[in-house]
Design a protein around this ligand. Structure first.
Ligand SMILES: NC(=O)c1ccc[n+]([C@@H]2O[C@H](COP(=O)([O-])OP(=O)(O)OC[C@H]3O[C@@H](n4cnc5c(N)ncnc54)[C@H](O)[C@@H]3O)[C@@H](O)[C@H]2O)c1
Length: 248
């Protein structure tokens, strides 16, 4: 029976790199995305992570490939959210960001967990951001990123609580918290996708984060946020004391 890895938001960027690497590692990969281009990938499914019926389709497609062992909650979205915008705009922004970045993680993880438990082992990886590691990231929270920022801090709650409850089922739950990585989302933050001079040629490579993902799965560690910073070698690092495993 093949072991299956599900990757959300896998049409491009980090999700695509994770899906390709997991395939190289021998997993039957079920990549899905709201973008049609995910069907370029073998087994690719067009699906919205925030839609329960879509997630049911994703789980069913994954089960047809084998036994689900890895879930990468990668799908994420971002937009500027000024604190002085109108109420209508603020609530629209809330739905746009939280539906994907937070509810999507809940839906996919809850739907997959019974299958991981039945399989007897598994790994859930929540893709977060270095913003949530304040000990090393002071001053990074942009003034117009409150909702994106809040969505990623909320993932800490999932990572911490699920790691504790799923440990007895031999399921690890970890976060990956990267700095600026060269993807369409990152380039979309800047006019015409033009990076500022300090970032040009100095971004984290998606392949280094794919390696970190594989290392996390192999590590046996759980309940941690693993950081990755621009200008530093991407690695797991030593096991921190318990009270620093989420906050860094
Ligand atoms: N690029 C960076 O510098 C960076 C830094 C920190 C964290 N991240 C996180 O990494 C993850 C991947 O980001 P990326 O840079 O590759 O972005 P990206 O925009 O290049 O790719 C994200 C993918 O998610 C898909 N997606 C969005 N909403 C979806 C939904 N509702 N259902 C299914 N798919 C959906 C998009 O279509 C896209 O293909 C995100 O969670 C992001 O917050 C990225």
């Amino acid at each position: 029976m093949s072991k299956v890895a599900i990757v959300s938001g896998a049409a491009q960027g980090l999700g695509r790199a994770f899906a390709e690497r997991l395939e190289t590692e021998g997993y039957a990969v079920l990549p899905f995305d709201i973008r049609e281009s995910v069907t370029d990938f073998a087994n690719g499914v067009v699906a919205n992570v925030a839609d329960r019926e879509d997630i049911a389709r994703v789980i069913s497609a994954a089960c047809s490939l084998g036994e689900i062992e890895v879930v990468v909650n990668n799908a994420g979205t971002w937009r500027r959210t000024p604190v002085d915008s109108s109420w209508e705009q603020a609530l629209e922004d809330w739905d746009f960001i939280m539906d994907t970045n937070l509810q999507g993680v809940l839906l996919l993880s809850r739907a997959a967990t019974p299958h991981l438990i039945a399989h007897g082992t598994g790994h859930i990886i929540n893709i977060s951001t270095y913003y949530v590691l304040p000990a090393k990231s002071s001053g990074t929270n942009g003034p117009e990123t409150d909702l994106y920022n809040a969505s990623k801090w909320a993932l800490n709650g999932f990572t911490d609580a699920w790691a504790k409850t799923l440990r007895e089922h031999n399921i690890s739950v970890n976060g990956m918290c990267m700095g600026a990585t060269d993807t369409a989302m990152l380039r979309g933050l800047f006019p015409d996708g033009q990076l500022p001079p300090d970032l040009e040629g100095n971004l984290i490579a998606v392949d280094d984060l794919s390696q970190q993902l594989i290392d996390i799965i192999a590590s046996g560690r759980t309940g941690e946020n693993f950081g990755a910073w621009v200008g530093e070698t991407v690695q797991l690092g030593d096991l921190p004391p318990l009270h620093k495993r989420i906050t860094g």
